[in-house]
Write a new protein. Structure first.
Lengths: 322, 441
């Protein structure tokens, strides 16, 4: 049952990265591909109706973690107090920027919020990347399971490389989304940028995997390794679709790519939620952090019913919108 | 300052600022749905202007409500890790359900509402508006259910290692304590929504513009304010008091400023609690009424604060004043809303009497104060407990976060929310000044 709970949370976080990933990516590349006020308005309007629902996956995953693994929630959130608070502030800045820009038709007003939107979004991707990198690498934990390292410890080369990879991957995902959903010069530039980005992604993916194998060892023949190879081949799929100007398939390829990457991460971390550093010294596992079986069962049932319903009606609503 | 105090200040500040916005979204959502539905049905351009206008006001509130709401969920883990680790098996569930059941509904359908926006609203738009309304009310329910469990824990079991585990989610969600609290909260939000709609309508009428919509706003706003200000007093307010009397008697004593236990306890209308000397200064009281309200019997005995150890007292002054501000304002709302309703029913004389329109316009901020004061009564009054009778607030904070960090984030939130507040006021006043129909004329 703990394994199922892990899968549910991994599913929710994957949905978050898949969905909010493209609007974070759009924010990251907007200064490059959308140059005039009108172009930026078009780019923002492409994500406008979706971003909030996408972000809810993060909030809901936080809630699910709280319900299913309260000890991990308490330890991780208080352990990473400052980075988490900075993440919250960036989420706020980004949400405000996107919503408030529409309320005042002035180019100066738009420029300010667009800059805020892009900067906070890129910083968010970096924070998510650093967090993921550290989860894969493991973090120092005290006997009670609380983080006892320093802020500087979190900014290690491996995690920074993962952060760079996250920026590249989501920028690619965002470029594919814009190419599909927007017309004209923005789409042309997004396609062009995508063709450069997929190569960056492939190179950084190989570098990151190499470093992960050195840091953690023994993952290449595991599920994570297989997912990594799938991810690499999906990049080629993107290249193929993009070369044929098939934007819909190209976006499908980057979506599958993001899902494969999350599978790599989940496969590496399992069965831990917060692995200890150095690798192999335990950590907060899905067995130690779960509440009693009846409580976990009840949390699982309500969460699964909820997210199945969300998947159904969001598909129905979005089909009407695209 | 002690870490517990900084953590409490941060939570209190962020939740009180955040709550201003859900009050408005829960209170305005039915109006947005109504005008959108009417516009889609009648294809009347005036209704469409009203729908667009309230949707805009709603979305600014919704956006700030969402961004200030995210830190609330995360603060349980960041600042209150001991509490989360101990009670997460219970309170994590209603919070997770809020995410999985309410937030998605709200945000996905609000997106659809915007996407489908046309000069005349479409059916997708009115269906979405109704879903957003339901989502906002559902979200409120899960949050109140979480709080109500902390006020009056039910449906739980204590494990051998001291962790509090969920025994019955049904009991937690169906707790009468939660339901009366929720219905009272909804009444509070609808009173605020009603007074905002009526107040903005009154502003237009006093400025001699937007005559058609101004009157419509006043009629509908006053009707909602009258119905729900009455329901806020009875039965929801009354039932909440009964629950407090039964489960949290020391809070009741602090709310009423009652120090000594007596048979036939008086109801203090005004007066200043003097905690050091354990008495109410310059009180104006109605004899025996508190006993009647609490127990339905004028001679019933009510425990005063001195019946309990002082370490179990909540901060008396804050609880007392917050409660009296809420009750006093609530009484004024009933009076004003019923006066305005009477004048509307009497061949719409209300529109000929500027002073009542002035009163409606100036009343707008006060339901917010009353809502906040009500929550302060609830939350300050249950101190020193974070989970009533089970866990003290002082034992709940994160063990590994130091006061320097929380002070930094408290100051950060203060600065950020100040800017957000300025932006919100500016954008809202701008929409109101532009007017619903003139902006499109």
């Amino acid at each position: 049952m703990s394994v199922l709970a892990f899968v549910v949370i991994a599913f929710m976080l994957t949905a978050y990265v898949l969905l909010d990933g493209y609007d974070l990516g759009v924010a990251a590349i907007a200064p490059i591909v959308a140059r005039t006020d009108d172009e930026r308005c078009a780019a923002m309007q492409a994500i406008g109706p979706f971003w909030n629902g996408n972000e809810v996956w993060l909030i809901a995953a936080g809630g699910a973690l709280f319900a299913m693994f309260p000890l991990a929630y308490a330890s991780a959130f208080s352990g990473f107090y400052l980075p988490l608070m900075v993440m919250l502030w960036l989420l706020m800045g980004r949400g405000i920027a996107l919503e408030l820009r529409e309320h005042f038709p002035s180019a100066i007003w738009h420029q300010f919020w667009d800059a805020m939107f892009s900067i906070s979004s890129v910083l968010l991707i970096v924070i998510f990347g650093v967090a993921l990198g550290n989860l894969i690498r493991g973090v120092p934990l005290d006997p009670q399971g609380y983080f006892n390292g320093t802020f500087a410890f979190l900014l290690n080369p491996f995690s920074l490389l993962v952060a760079l990879f996250a920026v590249a991957a989501l920028a690619l995902h965002g470029a594919a989304f814009l190419a599909w959903r927007v017309e004209g010069a923005v789409a042309v530039r997004a396609r062009k940028l995508g063709r450069a980005l997929w190569i960056v992604c492939a190179v950084v993916l190989i570098a990151t995997s190499g470093m992960a194998i050195v840091t953690r060892g023994g993952i290449i023949f595991s599920w994570a390794g297989i997912a990594g190879i799938v991810a690499l081949s999906l990049l080629l799929g993107y290249q193929g679709a993009s070369a044929r100007n098939n934007d819909r398939s190209a976006f499908a390829a980057t979506s599958a790519f993001v899902v494969a990457l999350m599978a790599v991460a989940a496969g590496t971390i399992f069965p831990y939620l917060v692995p200890a550093y150095p690798a192999g010294t335990g950590g907060i596992s899905i067995y130690s952090a779960a509440p009693s079986p009846p409580a976990l069962l009840s949390a699982l049932v309500v969460t699964i019913v909820g997210i199945v319903a969300v998947c159904i009606y969001s598909t129905v609503v979005w089909k009407k919108m695209i | 300052m002690s870490i517990v105090l900084i953590d409490r200040l941060q939570f209190a500040f962020t939740i009180m600022f955040h709550y201003l916005f859900p009050i408005t979204t829960m209170g305005l959502a039915p109006f947005v749905a109504w005008y959108t539905y009417r516009a889609a049905k009648t294809r009347d351009p005036m209704m469409a202007h009203a729908a667009t206008f309230w949707t805009k006001i709603f979305t600014v509130n919704f956006a700030i409500g969402v961004v200030t709401g995210i830190p609330m969920e995360f603060q349980f883990g960041t600042n209150w890790a001991t509490f989360s680790a101990k009670a997460g098996g219970v309170i994590g569930q209603p919070l997770a359900m809020e995410g999985a059941y309410a937030f998605f509904v709200e945000s996905i359908f609000l997106g659809a509402m915007f996407y489908a926006r046309k000069a005349i609203p479409t059916r997708l738009q009115s269906v979405s508006a109704v879903c957003v309304w339901l989502g906002s009310w559902l979200s409120g329910f899960f949050i109140v259910a979480t709080d109500a469990w902390m006020q009056h824990p039910v449906g739980y079991a204590v494990a051998s290692d001291g962790r509090i585990e969920m025994a019955s989610l049904w009991d937690v969600l169906m707790s009468p304590f939660a339901w009366w609290q929720y219905l009272h909260v909804l009444c509070g939000a609808l009173v605020a929504g009603g007074f905002v709609v009526a107040g903005i309508g009154a502003y237009y009428l006093l400025s001699k513009r937007e005559d058609v919509l101004g009157r419509d706003f006043v009629r509908r706003g006053v009707a909602i304010a009258a119905i729900f200000s009455a329901l806020a007093v009875f039965p929801t307010g009354d039932r909440n008091s009964a629950n407090v009397t039964q489960y949290q008697p020391v809070k009741l004593a602090a709310m009423e400023g009652l120090f000594e236990s007596v048979n036939g306890a008086p109801l203090a209308i005004i007066g200043m609690p003097d905690v050091a000397n354990r008495k109410l200064i310059d009180p104006v009281v109605v004899p025996d009424v508190l006993s009647f309200l609490a127990y339905g019997n004028f001679r019933a005995g009510v425990h005063g604060l001195t019946a309990y150890a002082t370490e179990l007292w909540p901060p008396v002054e804050l609880t007392y004043y917050a409660y009296h501000v809420m009750v006093g304002l609530g009484t004024i709302f009933v009076g004003l809303a019923f006066l305005a309703t009477g004048l509307l029913l009497w061949r719409e004389r209300l529109f000929l009497i500027p002073i009542v329109l002035w009163a409606l316009m100036l009343a707008m901020p006060f339901p917010y104060i009353a809502n906040e004061a009500g929550w302060m009564t609830t939350e300050v009054g249950r101190q020193p407990w974070v989970i009533y009778g089970l866990m003290r607030t002082s034992e709940a904070v994160s063990p590994n976060v130091v006061s320097g960090e929380t002070m930094f984030t408290l100051i950060g939130f203060l600065g950020m929310y100040f800017l957000l507040g300025v932006l919100f006021v500016y954008l809202t006043l701008r929409e109101i000044a532009a007017g619903p129909s003139e902006a499109h004329a």
